[in-house]
Design a protein around this ligand. Structure first.
Ligand code: SAM
Length: 292
């Protein structure tokens, strides 16, 4: 029986055997600590009835731990050089399928339907490439996939912004975009020493559990996100100034915007970062009614 992939020695042996060199541009920082991997799999609550989508299997460190616990693992890897390595390292596991594709271009739903027939509990679990964490998470949430949730490693700074509460300096449009669809929680912080090569930022694992319904019911979702983005365009400006400067027609309709804020009991001098998602919902519905 082979030793786990995620040890410094086994990882070095695999890399040397295949003459693999890291591509920084693809966010290649591989995990070499099995305990960290076990904890990630625990936080995702993976069982033998779970189907897992992994993004970026690398040489298979996390994939292997997932394969031991899950019913099925489907892993998307952009770097073709890793495919023969994965075929080698993951050969003991029959429940793994590696797909050579950029996750941002992949049509994931038909793949889930084909590969995970009869599986109801589907989780995304990954150590994400840090150069594209936000687009990947947003794609997974907006593609309408039948997921229970997402447990991923990413830059600590981004994890802090995703799980931030109103009134903090980390809270912004990213917190709202993700908390609209999920409950978000940072479940682990991870030292740089558990990766090769070591990244130059701190890391954390977040758990996003999909809500049955979005956090707030709004009349027009696209407009809601426009209001949120406008409200945070310049963090030091008041909500009134940001909305009038950044919403289409906002400047000409300053009085309408002031009226809307008054109607939903939001002080025009407040800053966007103090508004809860529910307040943004009420405000966006009122602005939508009055501006469109
Ligand atoms: N899971 C492995 C581990 O934990 O050791 C590797 C994680 S490494 C941080 C990120 C992986 O994502 C790399 O294998 C990289 O080639 C892959 N990757 C980068 N961009 C990708 C994309 N757009 N789609 C799929 N995989 C990607």
């Amino acid at each position: 029986m082979n030793k786990d992939i995620a040890t410094p020695i086994r990882t070095r042996t695999i890399l040397e055997k295949h003459g693999f060199s890291f591509k920084k541009s693809l966010g290649q920082n591989f995990l070499i600590d099995t305990n960290v991997l076990h904890r990630i799999v625990d936080h995702a609550n993976v069982s033998d009835s779970t189907g897992v989508i992994e993004i970026g299997p690398g040489i298979g460190a996390l994939t292997e731990q997932l394969a031991k616990r899950a019913k099925k693992v489907v892993a998307f890897e952009i770097d073709g050089r890793l495919l023969p390595i994965l075929a080698d390292t993951l050969s003991p596991y029959e429940n793994v399928r590696v797909i050579h594709e950029d996750i941002l271009k992949a049509d994931v739903l038909p793949i889930i339907e084909a590969e995970m027939k009869g599986i109801e509990d589907i989780m995304v679990v990954a150590n994400l490439p840090y150069y594209v964490t936000t687009p990947i998470i947003m794609k997974l949430l907006t593609d309408n996939l039948p997921l229970r949730g997402i447990v991923v490693m990413l830059q600590k700074e981004v994890a802090d912004r995703i799980s931030a509460n109103p009134g903090t300096k980390e809270y912004g449009s990213l917190s709202i975009a993700i908390q609209y669809y999920t409950t978000a929680e940072t479940v682990m912080t991870v030292p740089r020493s558990v990766f090769v090569p070591q990244p130059n930022v701190d890391s954390a694992v977040i758990r996003l559990l999909k809500r049955e319904e979005p956090a707030v019911k709004v009349d027009n979702e696209t407009f809601f996100f426009e209001v949120v983005r406008a409200s945070f365009a310049q963090r030091r400006k008041t909500i009134l100034n940001n909305l009038t400067s950044n919403l289409p027609n906002g400047k000409q309709k300053k009085e309408v915007v002031e009226g809307c804020l008054a109607n939903v009991n939001i002080d025009p001098k407040r800053r966007g970062e103090t508004l809860s998602i529910q307040e943004f919902g009420k405000l966006s519905d009122e602005l939508y009614r009055m501006l469109s």
